[in-house]
Design a protein around this ligand. Sequence first.
Ligand code: AMP
Ligand code: MG
Length: 421
Amino acid sequence: MSKPDIKPPPLRNDCFALPAGVNWTPVDEALDLLQQRLTVVAASEITPLTQATGRILAADIYANRSNPPQPNTAVDGYGFAGAALDGAQVLPLHAGRAAAGIPFDGAVPPGHALRVLTGATLPDGVDTVILEEDVTVQDGHIAFHGPLKQGANTRNAGEDVLAGQLVLPAGRKLTPADLALLSATGIAEVAVRQALRVAVLSTGDELVEPGAPAGPGQIFDANRPMLLSLIERMGFCPLDMGRVADDRDVLRDCLNAAAGQADVILTSGGASAGDEDHVSALLRQAGAMQEWRIALKPGRPLALGMWNGTPVFGLPGNPVAALVCTLIFARPALGLMAGEGWRNPQGFDLPAAFEKRKKPGRREYLRARIRDGQAEVFASEGSGRISGLSWAEGLVEIEDGARHIKPGDRVRFIPYGSFGL
Ligand code: AMP
Ligand code: MG
């Protein structure tokens, strides 16, 4: 059989450049759009403080009580009124003492001192405390050297927090230290957001379950375990919707089921414009699909759409791109929908331990980690190198423009922890 006379398409001058005439959205612009268009979807509920770590506050919290509630002593020692002048001081000891939780009942006369223990409310007639280590006690008197400022070694009522003051704002993700602050200011229960439910599904005829028999051409589903655990680590509620073959009807059913249970759907694979890219095809059919050609590496078009009113993040199938797109785009978007507001991941600059020439046009994220105070990057930038994801402890972010990074130049490192992992 003779071969048909087909010519390959001519090479384009710009075949290694970004497609001409196509509008690549810069990362910051894409993030701005997400921030503008998304809103909080998580409902709120009341929870006891003891179960509130990691939950997101649904309302501002104001102190029920000042901390400290009364002026008290910061040390074990002896309390009296007024400043002690320079030189040797001798004061008669007044009978009794003040301890934490057991206040002194009465007033200390001027020129007298009272035994006080850390945390004790200052009795009337006491506004200054001398440390017990600095005192000699003898014959019913204390002796010490001045000078001592009026108010020394004491804490003022409300010097930390005043009753009625804003303690923590809505959107705060509660930390263990926050529980101390809330307890101290008299808060026993808080209004928090219900955990955002995030459905995760993988697409691709080639995928099999890790550990299952895998034939030629098949690969184990690496994205689903990663995405489910990312969701959990970020404090959201993961819903495992399983794997779907490249079959439009099955995928449609799966998206329907996911939209019925979840606040957000994350898919991986099938998100670009190929023959087997059914996620984008279905979203396009539903008439609510945006193909976001984001100027980002690694990452192919991200398919963003609505399915029965539920937002869908169609992530690239490539595990490296799937992780980067999840951290850079889905993470802040999910946080906003979950009620914590839009949060940009915090990075910091440190010297590069590598050299790299970067062309202008796309922002790049490299798998990176810190050793000896320098940012190392994974030996290969290959986007199929899953081992590099696991090797890394964060990402180096290289700005959109051209850059020639030499060892010792400063680069921006964003630790995985900044994404809430
Ligand atoms: P796609 O975005 O569907 O064109 O997939 C891009 C590449 O990622 C292909 O090599 C897929 O085999 C691979 N891939 C897609 N989904 C997964 C997955 N869940 N785990 C591992 N690799 C995947
Ligand atoms: Mg695929």
